[in-house]
Ligand binder design. Structure first.
Ligand code: AMP
Length: 317
């Protein structure tokens, strides 16, 4: 399959995103709460962004209010997306919607039109949509790029069971962990013939796998790389007897990142895919101080899984 099979993102997508965000916020359908400016926290050779978003504490109760009744099965907000939040359809299987509880402007989600489980790996369709969106130019945000992320499984930070891949603009000035690993770290380059042996940084105290994405990839290039990360991730989960197959996945137009999870939170600090790549969110000043004192690497080590030694790695799925 060639790169022409990716979906064209309309030139006015950025305008649509901007206008819908404005109208949904003004009508109250979208609850936008600004987070604080990020504090940069240095930990070993890594830099983390720590923000406080008090609204996160209220989010779960707001989400619970969406449930029609306590007796009804869990409400699926993506079964019939709210018109005020609906952006467009993309491809045959997905729709794009704005995040109802945003702390980052223009945070949007690609949701499957029909229910699919948030515990299933990304499919060819999901990766096609994700890559296509990563090419979108954000209007008035020339200094930003899109970060895509997928919180998979109940320990990954996911709150909805209906499959959704999320997108947020991130300043190009912020070096996320995979940027750092690929740009500043002389990783022993892969020796496998396909060049898709995932890279891990020895300074990160949790199992994680990173692969660069080639320029102008085909969908097969993306599937191959996703599968390589997934295979390593499953091996770590298996070797640690982790029956709950939760992991975080993040992607830009330059790389893919994946890390298995053992816990959803550390002493009340929830961590999702954005946290694993260096963007940590605190619900309060107390939590922000806790993150700095305990250190980001300690927290990520605690919610992730230990790195396997070489012999255990030999039997990848
Ligand atoms: P996660 O918590 O990672 O599973 O992501 C689910 C996202 O969906 C969160 O960012 C929520 O704020 C968002 N969300 C919850 N309800 C809705 C809704 N009705 N419409 C759009 N987004 C929603």
């Amino acid at each position: 399959m060639s790169s022409s099979s990716f979906l064209p993102i309309e030139a006015d997508f950025a305008t649509l995103l901007k206008e819908k965000f404005k109208s949904a916020t003004e009508s109250g359908s979208l609850k936008f709460t600004q987070s604080t400016e990020a504090d940069e926290v240095e930990d070993e050779v890594f830099t983390f962004q720590v923000r406080i978003a008090p609204s996160l504490g209220q989010k779960s109760s707001l989400q619970q209010q969406q449930q029609p009744s306590v007796l009804s099965p869990k409400f699926d907000p993506f079964e019939n997306p709210e018109p005020a939040l609906f952006l467009t359809e993309i491809g045959t299987n997905h729709s794009l919607v704005l995040n109802k509880f945003s702390i980052v402007p223009y945070h949007f989600l690609a949701i499957t039109k029909k229910f699919e489980s948030q515990s299933s790996p990304l499919s060819e369709h999901d990766l096609t949509v994700t890559w296509s969106l990563l090419q979108a130019k954000l209007k008035g945000q020339a200094n930003s790029r899109l970060l895509a992320f997928y919180n998979c499984g109940s320990l990954s930070g996911a709150s909805q069971d209906h499959k959704h891949i999320q997108f947020i603009p991130v300043s190009k000035d912020i070096q996320l962990i995979p940027d750092f690993v690929l740009e500043d770290f002389e990783a022993p380059r892969s020796r496998d013939a396909l060049g898709i042996a995932p890279i891990s940084h020895p300074g990160l105290p949790f199992a994680h796998f990173i692969l660069p994405v080639p320029k102008n990839p085909t969908i097969d290039d993306l599937i191959l790389r996703f599968s390589a990360l997934f295979s390593r991730t499953l091996t770590v989960l298996r070797e640690h007897d982790q029956s709950n197959k939760s992991y975080n996945f993040a992607m830009t137009s330059k790389w893919m990142f994946m890390a298995p999870r053992s816990k959803e939170e550390f002493e009340g600090v929830s961590v999702n895919s954005t946290g694993l790549v260096g963007l940590l969110l605190a619900k309060s000043q107390y939590q922000a101080e806790l993150i700095k004192t305990v250190t980001p690497l300690h927290i990520l080590g605690s919610v992730g899984l230990p790195v396997l030694d070489k012999t255990e790695q030999q039997h990848d799925y």
